[in-house]
Design a protein around this ligand. Structure first.
Ligand code: T5A
Length: 196
Protein backbone atom coordinates (compact mmCIF):
# COMPACT_ATOMS: atom_id res chain seq x y z
CA UNK A 1 0.00 0.00 0.00
CA UNK A 2 1.44 3.35 -1.06
CA UNK A 3 0.18 6.42 0.82
CA UNK A 4 1.38 9.98 0.35
CA UNK A 5 1.00 13.09 2.49
CA UNK A 6 0.95 16.51 0.91
CA UNK A 7 0.30 20.09 1.92
CA UNK A 8 1.81 23.52 2.53
CA UNK A 9 4.97 24.04 4.62
CA UNK A 10 4.69 23.20 8.31
CA UNK A 11 1.32 21.47 7.93
CA UNK A 12 2.42 18.65 10.23
CA UNK A 13 3.00 15.88 7.69
CA UNK A 14 6.21 14.57 9.24
CA UNK A 15 4.69 14.60 12.74
CA UNK A 16 1.51 12.82 11.61
CA UNK A 17 3.41 10.19 9.58
CA UNK A 18 5.56 9.34 12.62
CA UNK A 19 2.44 8.88 14.78
CA UNK A 20 0.71 6.76 12.12
CA UNK A 21 3.79 4.58 11.60
CA UNK A 22 4.10 4.05 15.35
CA UNK A 23 0.51 2.84 15.62
CA UNK A 24 0.76 0.65 12.51
CA UNK A 25 3.87 -1.02 13.93
CA UNK A 26 2.10 -1.56 17.25
CA UNK A 27 -0.53 -3.42 15.22
CA UNK A 28 2.26 -5.59 13.82
CA UNK A 29 2.30 -4.11 10.32
CA UNK A 30 5.46 -3.60 8.29
CA UNK A 31 5.93 0.09 7.48
CA UNK A 32 8.40 2.16 5.50
CA UNK A 33 8.49 5.88 6.29
CA UNK A 34 10.14 7.87 3.56
CA UNK A 35 10.16 11.35 2.05
CA UNK A 36 10.89 13.50 -0.96
CA UNK A 37 13.22 15.03 -1.61
CA UNK A 38 15.98 13.26 0.22
CA UNK A 39 15.74 9.51 0.74
CA UNK A 40 18.94 7.50 0.68
CA UNK A 41 22.40 8.95 0.10
CA UNK A 42 21.65 9.99 -3.49
CA UNK A 43 18.47 11.75 -2.38
CA UNK A 44 20.20 13.45 0.55
CA UNK A 45 22.66 15.09 -1.85
CA UNK A 46 19.88 16.32 -4.10
CA UNK A 47 17.92 17.59 -1.08
CA UNK A 48 20.94 19.63 -0.02
CA UNK A 49 21.14 21.25 -3.47
CA UNK A 50 17.41 21.91 -3.62
CA UNK A 51 16.76 23.23 -0.13
CA UNK A 52 20.06 24.65 1.04
CA UNK A 53 21.81 25.58 -2.19
CA UNK A 54 21.71 28.76 -4.22
CA UNK A 55 18.79 29.97 -6.36
CA UNK A 56 18.29 28.01 -9.59
CA UNK A 57 16.08 28.20 -12.68
CA UNK A 58 12.69 26.48 -12.24
CA UNK A 59 13.62 23.93 -14.93
CA UNK A 60 16.72 22.89 -12.98
CA UNK A 61 14.62 22.61 -9.84
CA UNK A 62 12.12 20.40 -11.69
CA UNK A 63 14.76 18.00 -12.96
CA UNK A 64 16.41 17.70 -9.55
CA UNK A 65 13.08 16.76 -7.92
CA UNK A 66 12.46 14.25 -10.74
CA UNK A 67 15.95 12.74 -10.46
CA UNK A 68 15.37 12.24 -6.75
CA UNK A 69 11.93 10.70 -7.41
CA UNK A 70 13.10 8.28 -10.09
CA UNK A 71 15.81 6.95 -7.77
CA UNK A 72 13.45 6.91 -4.79
CA UNK A 73 10.71 4.95 -6.58
CA UNK A 74 13.06 2.44 -8.16
CA UNK A 75 15.44 1.76 -5.28
CA UNK A 76 13.31 2.36 -2.17
CA UNK A 77 9.54 2.53 -2.74
CA UNK A 78 8.94 -0.30 -5.22
CA UNK A 79 11.15 -2.81 -3.33
CA UNK A 80 9.26 -1.99 -0.09
CA UNK A 81 5.89 -2.41 -1.82
CA UNK A 82 7.07 -5.73 -3.28
CA UNK A 83 7.81 -6.89 0.30
CA UNK A 84 4.23 -6.03 1.27
CA UNK A 85 5.11 -2.99 3.38
CA UNK A 86 2.86 0.00 3.89
CA UNK A 87 4.84 2.91 2.44
CA UNK A 88 4.13 6.30 4.02
CA UNK A 89 5.73 9.00 1.88
CA UNK A 90 6.14 12.64 2.95
CA UNK A 91 5.51 14.47 -0.37
CA UNK A 92 5.63 12.88 -3.83
CA UNK A 93 4.68 13.65 -7.44
CA UNK A 94 1.76 15.92 -6.52
CA UNK A 95 4.22 18.33 -4.88
CA UNK A 96 6.05 18.64 -8.20
CA UNK A 97 2.83 19.32 -10.06
CA UNK A 98 1.81 21.99 -7.54
CA UNK A 99 5.15 23.69 -6.88
CA UNK A 100 6.84 23.43 -10.28
CA UNK A 101 3.82 23.56 -12.65
CA UNK A 102 1.01 25.46 -10.92
CA UNK A 103 3.18 27.81 -8.85
CA UNK A 104 6.45 28.16 -10.81
CA UNK A 105 4.52 28.11 -14.10
CA UNK A 106 6.23 25.27 -15.94
CA UNK A 107 4.15 23.51 -18.61
CA UNK A 108 1.60 21.35 -16.67
CA UNK A 109 1.36 18.69 -19.40
CA UNK A 110 5.12 18.32 -19.52
CA UNK A 111 5.37 18.13 -15.73
CA UNK A 112 2.59 15.52 -15.55
CA UNK A 113 4.29 13.42 -18.24
CA UNK A 114 7.68 13.79 -16.55
CA UNK A 115 6.15 12.65 -13.26
CA UNK A 116 4.73 9.56 -14.96
CA UNK A 117 8.14 8.87 -16.49
CA UNK A 118 9.98 9.32 -13.17
CA UNK A 119 7.56 7.07 -11.26
CA UNK A 120 7.04 4.55 -14.10
CA UNK A 121 3.34 5.17 -13.54
CA UNK A 122 3.22 4.55 -9.79
CA UNK A 123 0.16 6.27 -8.29
CA UNK A 124 -0.58 6.44 -4.54
CA UNK A 125 -3.45 4.33 -3.21
CA UNK A 126 -4.39 7.37 -1.14
CA UNK A 127 -3.14 10.90 -0.60
CA UNK A 128 -3.84 12.86 2.57
CA UNK A 129 -3.80 16.63 2.11
CA UNK A 130 -3.00 18.39 5.36
CA UNK A 131 -4.59 21.70 4.54
CA UNK A 132 -4.09 24.93 6.47
CA UNK A 133 -3.53 28.66 6.06
CA UNK A 134 0.15 28.89 4.99
CA UNK A 135 0.75 31.66 7.53
CA UNK A 136 -0.02 29.19 10.32
CA UNK A 137 2.22 26.52 8.78
CA UNK A 138 5.14 28.91 8.24
CA UNK A 139 4.82 30.21 11.82
CA UNK A 140 5.45 26.62 13.05
CA UNK A 141 8.79 26.30 11.23
CA UNK A 142 11.91 27.13 13.23
CA UNK A 143 14.60 27.09 10.49
CA UNK A 144 13.42 28.15 7.05
CA UNK A 145 14.91 26.52 3.92
CA UNK A 146 15.15 28.01 0.40
CA UNK A 147 11.51 27.27 -0.49
CA UNK A 148 10.09 28.22 2.92
CA UNK A 149 11.55 31.67 2.29
CA UNK A 150 9.41 32.32 -0.79
CA UNK A 151 6.82 35.12 -0.30
CA UNK A 152 3.43 34.41 1.27
CA UNK A 153 1.71 34.73 -2.14
CA UNK A 154 3.81 31.72 -3.31
CA UNK A 155 2.60 29.63 -0.38
CA UNK A 156 -1.01 30.72 -0.92
CA UNK A 157 -0.77 29.45 -4.50
CA UNK A 158 0.65 26.18 -3.17
CA UNK A 159 -2.36 25.75 -0.89
CA UNK A 160 -4.82 26.56 -3.69
CA UNK A 161 -2.97 24.20 -6.04
CA UNK A 162 -3.22 21.27 -3.66
CA UNK A 163 -6.90 21.96 -3.02
CA UNK A 164 -7.63 22.04 -6.76
CA UNK A 165 -5.89 18.68 -7.29
CA UNK A 166 -7.71 17.16 -4.33
CA UNK A 167 -11.12 18.37 -5.46
CA UNK A 168 -10.47 16.99 -8.96
CA UNK A 169 -9.79 13.44 -7.67
CA UNK A 170 -11.78 12.80 -4.47
CA UNK A 171 -11.40 9.02 -4.83
CA UNK A 172 -7.68 9.29 -4.05
CA UNK A 173 -7.45 12.49 -1.98
CA UNK A 174 -8.55 13.04 1.61
CA UNK A 175 -8.59 16.69 2.67
CA UNK A 176 -7.82 17.15 6.38
CA UNK A 177 -7.86 20.25 8.58
CA UNK A 178 -4.19 20.56 9.62
CA UNK A 179 -4.98 23.09 12.37
CA UNK A 180 -6.43 20.18 14.35
CA UNK A 181 -4.23 18.09 16.68
CA UNK A 182 -2.11 15.36 15.06
CA UNK A 183 -4.42 12.69 16.51
CA UNK A 184 -7.16 13.90 14.20
CA UNK A 185 -5.01 13.08 11.13
CA UNK A 186 -4.09 9.73 12.66
CA UNK A 187 -7.78 8.92 13.16
CA UNK A 188 -8.62 9.85 9.56
CA UNK A 189 -5.84 7.60 8.29
CA UNK A 190 -7.03 4.62 10.35
CA UNK A 191 -10.64 5.17 9.36
CA UNK A 192 -9.46 4.91 5.75
CA UNK A 193 -7.11 1.94 6.12
CA UNK A 194 -9.52 -0.03 8.29
CA UNK A 195 -11.98 0.04 5.38
CA UNK A 196 -9.39 -1.50 3.03
N1 T5A B 1 8.98 20.44 -3.10
C1 T5A B 1 8.97 19.12 -2.77
C2 T5A B 1 8.83 20.86 -4.40
O1 T5A B 1 8.88 22.06 -4.71
N2 T5A B 1 8.63 19.92 -5.38
C3 T5A B 1 8.64 18.59 -5.10
O2 T5A B 1 8.49 17.76 -6.03
C4 T5A B 1 8.80 18.16 -3.74
C5 T5A B 1 8.81 16.71 -3.40
C6 T5A B 1 10.53 20.17 0.84
C7 T5A B 1 10.30 21.40 0.00
O3 T5A B 1 10.40 21.05 -1.35
C8 T5A B 1 9.22 21.42 -2.05
C9 T5A B 1 8.17 21.49 -0.99
C10 T5A B 1 8.92 21.99 0.21
O4 T5A B 1 9.02 23.39 0.14
P1 T5A B 1 10.67 19.87 3.42
O5 T5A B 1 11.58 20.38 4.48
O6 T5A B 1 10.64 18.41 3.20
O7 T5A B 1 11.00 20.60 2.07
O8 T5A B 1 9.29 20.58 3.64
P2 T5A B 1 7.97 20.09 4.23
O9 T5A B 1 7.58 18.78 3.63
O10 T5A B 1 6.99 21.20 4.08
O11 T5A B 1 8.33 19.82 5.74
P3 T5A B 1 8.04 20.71 6.98
O12 T5A B 1 8.87 20.12 8.08
O13 T5A B 1 8.21 22.15 6.68
O14 T5A B 1 6.51 20.47 7.26
P4 T5A B 1 5.69 19.26 7.82
O15 T5A B 1 6.44 17.97 7.71
O16 T5A B 1 4.37 19.31 7.18
O17 T5A B 1 5.50 19.63 9.34
P5 T5A B 1 6.17 18.97 10.68
O18 T5A B 1 5.47 17.74 11.03
O19 T5A B 1 7.64 18.96 10.50
O20 T5A B 1 5.71 20.07 11.72
C11 T5A B 1 6.24 21.40 11.69
C12 T5A B 1 6.10 22.00 13.11
O21 T5A B 1 4.74 22.07 13.46
C13 T5A B 1 4.46 21.33 14.64
C14 T5A B 1 5.63 20.34 14.79
O22 T5A B 1 5.86 20.01 16.13
C15 T5A B 1 6.78 21.14 14.19
O23 T5A B 1 7.32 22.00 15.16
N3 T5A B 1 3.19 20.64 14.41
C16 T5A B 1 2.02 21.06 14.89
N4 T5A B 1 1.70 22.13 15.64
C17 T5A B 1 0.38 22.29 15.95
N5 T5A B 1 -0.61 21.43 15.56
C18 T5A B 1 -0.29 20.33 14.80
N6 T5A B 1 -1.26 19.50 14.41
C19 T5A B 1 1.04 20.12 14.42
N7 T5A B 1 1.68 19.18 13.71
C20 T5A B 1 2.98 19.50 13.68
Amino acid sequence: MFVTFEGPEGAGKTTAIAAIAHRLREEGREVLVTREPGSGEFGARIRELLLHGEAMPPKSELFLFLADRANHVETIIRPALAEGKIVLCDRHADSTYVYQAIVRGLDPEFVAAANRFATSGLIPDATFLLDLDPQIGLSRIQTKDRLDQEPLSFHQKVRAGFLSLAHADPARWHILDATQPTESTVQSFFTWIDQK
